[in-house]
Ligand binder design. Structure first.
Ligand code: NAD
Length: 390
């Protein structure tokens, strides 16, 4: 079996790395970028900081600052009109995404819609979009999605609320800046949700049927960095060491799953996010303990390795003890980080009940459950939705 590994060409890391954006743009041959960001980045002054750097370097840029969380195609099309209008009569030749996964995914969608046109549903899986898109330089401000290093974008179809998974080389950023200073302002809730998202990427990539030696190392490194630091950053947002570890860990998690795929948790999580507007990391967290319990019998050694990498057991313990410790840890983490059940989140029981078959259908159609060590039927997915409900 062969594996195709895809990575960003350049990554700059460390406190203050944001200042290196002009250098990176030059290195990537981008002269007129469109900045894609959201209102929070404007309020926090991050956009102004980025803009100052560009102005000092004499680089003109355009701006789309209305990214919506968990972006729908509607907001992407507004941004597309700005991209098409160009700057001073010239076309934009690249995109800079400043924000969480939502801003980065919006920029990635534009990178393809700009040169190739069409609608986002034209690009969803099973199609693989390997055509070259506009270069994207990603500057994540959450430590979660790893989107800065993935060949994936996730955009919701407003017509049917489907969270469309789009994959291919066109969605891989050419460069990324990992500046932990930008994550110090993350509120505890977003820290928790995005951190569990990153941990889920690492676990799912490690147990995926498409895992390789390359993705395994990234996944294990991600777990080692994320597991001991997530509670620290949740309780003390100013903990710089924990913030930096989480940001690098999330990037490793992104590299791992982009090269090995995610599995059942993500497959089941996307429909919850789309239908009930649950933030992506939170819906992963709601599912992770139950799906892990269900999946362990098909890959006990792989899951035991996860427990060891996360530091919840020592290297010498048996797989059986490690698996029990892993499940205990995932439940304890959810409790400490205040992760609600779908019922506790306030989802209407009738609507949950009614949508389960469609959610299971969408989960299967995304292809992610097919990468799980234990592959579920439609009915088994519905049973798992029932199990996590209350
Ligand atoms: P997000 O980008 O939606 O941000 C969540 C909230 O946090 C927003 O309100 C944002 O303004 C705010 N925020 C972001 N950074 C902040 C900071 N430093 N300080 C204060 N507030 C800040 O959240 P996310 O979890 O990063 O991204 C979620 C999206 O990414 C979903 O649409 C999900 O489906 C997608 N996703 C994509 C990939 C991929 O590989 N492309 C992987 C996983 C998830």
């Amino acid at each position: 079996m062969t594996h195709s590994i895809v990575l960003p060409r350049l990554i700059r890391t460390g406190s203050g790395a944001l200042g290196q954006l002009p250098d990176l743009l030059t290195a990537c041959g981008v002269k007129r970028p469109l900045i894609v960001t959201d209102a929070t980045m404007v309020e926090l002054g991050y956009l102004a900081r980025l803009g100052q750097g560009l102005a000092q370097a004499g680089i003109k840029s355009g701006l789309f600052d209305a990214t919506e969380p968990e972006p729908t195609e509607t907001s992407v099309l507004v941004a597309e009109a700005i991209l098409r209008a160009g700057l001073d009569g010239q076309a934009f030749d690249g995109l800079v995404a400043l924000g969480g996964g939502s801003a980065i995914d919006t920029a990635k969608a534009l990178a393809v819609l700009g040169p190739h046109g069409g609608r986002m549903r034209d690009y969803k899986v099973p199609r693989i979009v390997d055509e070259p898109g506009l270069p994207v330089i990603a500057i994540p401000t959450t430590a979660g999605t790893g989107s800065e290093a993935t060949r994936v974008t996730v955009i919701t179809d407003p017509d049917n609320d489907e969270k469309m998974l789009c994959m291919g080389l066109a969605f891989m950023p050419v460069a990324a800046i990992l500046d932990p200073d930008l994550t110090l302002s993350l509120p505890p809730r977003v820290t928790a949700d995005t951190g569990i998202d990153a941990l889920t990427h690492a676990i799912e990539a490690y147990v995926s049927r498409k895992a390789s030696r390359f993705s395994d190392q990234q996944a294990l490194a991600a777990m080692r960095l994320i597991a001991p630091n997530l509670r620290r950053a949740f309780h003390d947002g100013e903990d710089r060491q924990a913030r930096e570890a989480l940001l690098i860990g999330a990037c490793f998690g992104g590299i791992a799953f982009s090269n090995a795929s995610v599995a059942l948790v993500h497959g089941m999580s996307r429909p919850i996010g789309a239908f009930f507007h649950v933030p992506h990391g939170l819906s992963n967290a709601m599912l992770l303990p139950a799906v892990t319990t269900w999946s362990i019998p098909a890959a006990p050694t792989r899951y035991a390795d996860c427990a060891r990498a996360m530091g919840v057991v020592g290297d010498g313990v048996s797989d059986e003890i490690a698996n029990t410790a892993l499940l205990d840890e995932l439940r304890a983490l959810n409790a400490e980080l205040g992760v609600p059940t779908p019922a506790g989140f306030g989802i209407q029981p009738e609507r949950w009940q009614q949508l389960r078959p469609l959610m299971a259908e969408q989960a299967l159609a995304s292809g992610s459950p097919g990468n799980n060590p234990r592959i579920p039927t439609h009915d088994e997915i519905i049973a798992l939705y029932d199990e996590v409900w209350g």
